[in-house]
Design a protein around this ligand. Sequence first.
Ligand SMILES: NC(=O)c1ccc[n+]([C@@H]2O[C@H](COP(=O)([O-])OP(=O)(O)OC[C@H]3O[C@@H](n4cnc5c(N)ncnc54)[C@H](OP(=O)(O)O)[C@@H]3O)[C@@H](O)[C@H]2O)c1
Length: 498
Amino acid sequence: MPEEGEITIRCILVIFGGTGDLAHRKIYPAIYNLYVSGKLPENFALVAVGRRDFNNEGFREAAAESIKHYSRENKGTPDDIVHVVSSFYYFQIDFTKGEGYGQLKEFLETLDSRYQTMGNRIFYLAVAPEFFETIVTHIAANGMTDQATGFKRVVIEKPFGRDLVTARKLNDVLMSAFSEDQIYRIDHYLGKEMLQNIMVIRFANTMFEPLWNNKYIDHIQITSSETAGVENRGGYYDNAGALRDMLQNHMLQLLMLTAMEPPVSLNTHSIRDEKVKVLKALSPLDKESVSTNVVRGQYGEGIINNRKVPGYRSENRIQPDSDTETFIALKVNIDNFRWAGVPFYLRTGKRLAEKCTKIVVQFLRLPAILYYKDYGNLDPNRLIIEIQPREGVKIKFNGKKPGSKDEIIPVEMDFCQNCEIGAVSPDAYERLLLDVMCGDSTLFTRWDEVEYAWQFVDNISEAWSAQKPAFPNYAAGTWGPPESDELIGRDGRNWVNY
Ligand SMILES: NC(=O)c1ccc[n+]([C@@H]2O[C@H](COP(=O)([O-])OP(=O)(O)OC[C@H]3O[C@@H](n4cnc5c(N)ncnc54)[C@H](OP(=O)(O)O)[C@@H]3O)[C@@H](O)[C@H]2O)c1
């Protein structure tokens, strides 16, 4: 990872799908913020590849508008925006037709001379998955993946397949043109500040690391909840659902970082090796255990922020009889020495009561002597790692109520890293784009992580396919279906919703 102010590597960033939503909302603002914070290489150009009719000027105006609209708070000026987009170019092509790619190659070579980028290229596939294969095949067939003249890297957006079979097929196509170390599979959660902080909290603190196991931890819960519905992504979401859209990637990444063993070093391979071991140790789910340990849900109409919102089946571009799940909760076990006997409860969903992503580590109670004996059930100790929108760490413990003789009350220590005005964390895409430029793939998913994650998730979707769900089963604005509370309640525990 480059340090603040470090000069990164000269390159041309080629965005396939450069007129799309992701490029405008995330990539161009991220490039701009990298520039403003002095991290964008001087020798840098960006080529947006799209289908619609634009010239460079028209495209730069559109990109500048997106930067103004979506960029996080920063120190930049209008002149900075003009400067950044002056190295943006537009190249019109129909991905499905082979002829444009040869011209694209020549165009990139022209820019190489102008920007002295030495043949270094990053191909970013910000396109629908059905185009991944055709684009990769065409860029390889036109000699654009040859590393004899500069590095060639490919960035691929989620979803990486829709099950193990399709993911393998996609991976084969990628591997026919690139090697694993040239492939950057994005899971943008990994670019979030607090996700990177999980390892630091765990492995840089004597007061947490020795307790991080089944001797001291009762259970761990991981929640990623949204109040938003499907918004303008109905077509995609109705084919994916919470299982594929959230659990297969983001939720399992959170689980891996929370449960992994300490890596022998902070290099890419060591970290990824430890992460993937968590997936290998996951207790596999069969049909029976899916029915007891996994809950799915779909929202009906309800109230969010005092506003009535429609049910999922009435949303834009959703089938009126859709059985797609917008919520999933599950209990998983990790069969290794550290975690045997410690359940992990995961849940994620749309149109829930609150927007938050957090990890709750609940510690075991002390022996029932002294205070436990006299004061009944004291609150358990909890460590809460807040990922978003609030970024921070809370520690909940018991203390004596001031002024009382011996009354015990729960108290809290609270560290919030983005509560100060102006304390804006970099967007995940800034960090991830910078890492691709520098050739650091630590925060991207390796193929075996993807493969094991699909294996686990496919067991759930197979079990689900045998039974039609009774949807909708939760009202928008609640914490999901009652079965989710029952899932954790059966074990004498409850979700932590604050
Ligand atoms: N949007 C997000 O927030 C988000 C988040 C996570 C992951 N993703 C993933 O990112 C990828 C892109 O998503 P998106 O929301 O940006 O999609 P989008 O807004 O629909 O953009 C699609 C892009 O593909 C281009 N395109 C489509 N067919 C083409 C063709 N035959 N030839 C040339 N260009 C063609 C479009 O060009 P024209 O507009 O010029 O036709 C446009 O630039 C998807 O894989 C998605 O799953 C998106």
